[in-house]
Design a protein around this ligand. Structure first.
Ligand code: HEC
Ligand code: HEC
Length: 212
């Protein structure tokens, strides 16, 4: 029992290093900010491949807020050729989304959405993907559940076509290119082991097996 408590204290301390304590958002206030998002991300944040817009339901609050801030400060979505990122960047700059409180409220509302498993669209060699995933686990977790202290988002349960597109953007330097995007810059060299489209599909096919 005593040992358990110490582990808990340690984990809280490590998580604290990741950044200042997040504001607790007000989901009711966030609801009024979400309608503009539905056209692309869906009414319950389920994602929409036709719009290239990923699932938001089930993603962690700290990560959603951070991505919105990256888009707002042009640290994401401004690379040449990144049409989807540019579209999203324009949306993130809506005047109603200015400030930590608005983003915390919006993320709290997104956190009320049911986290449904997405339709699977990517096939690959799961065994090869498992071996490729070994290096990813340090930041994204054994179950691809995300590790906030490493700034690594949850990957399991995200739309698989979106995981593929983002890995390609890291490879092309369309994500993780900005000086202030520390997480993205850490992620960028990690795609070096994914040498071709087949290995990207393989690792994503393995991540698909981790959906609970
Ligand atoms: C015009 C369509 C469109 C609208 C409207 C839109 N988005 Fe997006 N969003 C996108 C696209 C496309 C991407 C993927 C960008 C990329 O490929 O890098 C995206 C990405 C994101 C991401 C990054 C997710 C991740 O895991 O990397 C977040 C967070 C997000 N959107 C939140 C929102 C919120 C909140 C709203 C409403 C305020 C919104 N979006 C409105 C199209 C849209
Ligand atoms: C050193 C830590 C680290 C390792 C190792 C790592 N990543 Fe990441 N990854 C990150 C961080 C940090 C981000 C978030 C970047 C940001 O904030 O924009 C990220 C983002 C991603 C994203 C985008 C997810 C989204 O919703 O936008 C994908 C996909 C991804 N990583 C896949 C992988 C794969 C596959 C591997 C192994 C080949 C890997 N990562 C290894 C740190 C890492």
């Amino acid at each position: 029992m005593k040992q358990f408590r110490w582990i808990h204290v340690l984990l809280v301390a490590v998580a604290g290093l990741a950044g200042p304590t997040a504001l607790a958002g007000d989901a009711a206030a966030g609801k009024g900010l979400y309608p503009v998002c539905t056209a692309c991300h869906g009414p319950t944040g389920q994602g929409n491949q036709a719009m290239n817009a990923p699932k938001l339901a089930g993603q962690e609050t700290w990560y959603l807020i951070k991505q919105m801030q990256l888009f707002q400060t042009d640290a994401r979505g401004t690379a040449p050729g990144d049409m989807q990122g540019m579209q999203m960047g324009a949306m993130a700059k809506g005047p109603q989304l200015k400030g930590d409180e608005a983003l915390a409220n919006l993320a709290a509302y997104v956190a009320t959405f049911p986290d449904e498993p997405p339709a699977l669209t990517v096939t690959g060699d799961v065994e090869k993907g498992k071996a490729l995933y070994a290096v990813c686990a340090a930041c994204h977790g054994d179950k691809a559940q995300g590790i906030e202290a490493m700034a690594g988002p949850r990957l399991a349960g995200q739309n698989d076509w979106y995981l593929v597109s983002q890995i390609k953007k890291f490879k092309a330097g369309q994500r993780g290119y900005h000086d202030s995007d520390h997480g993205g810059r850490q992620m960028r060299p990690m795609v070096a082991t994914l040498t071709d489209d087949q290995s990207i599909n393989d690792v994503v096919a393995y991540i698909n097996t981790l959906i609970e």
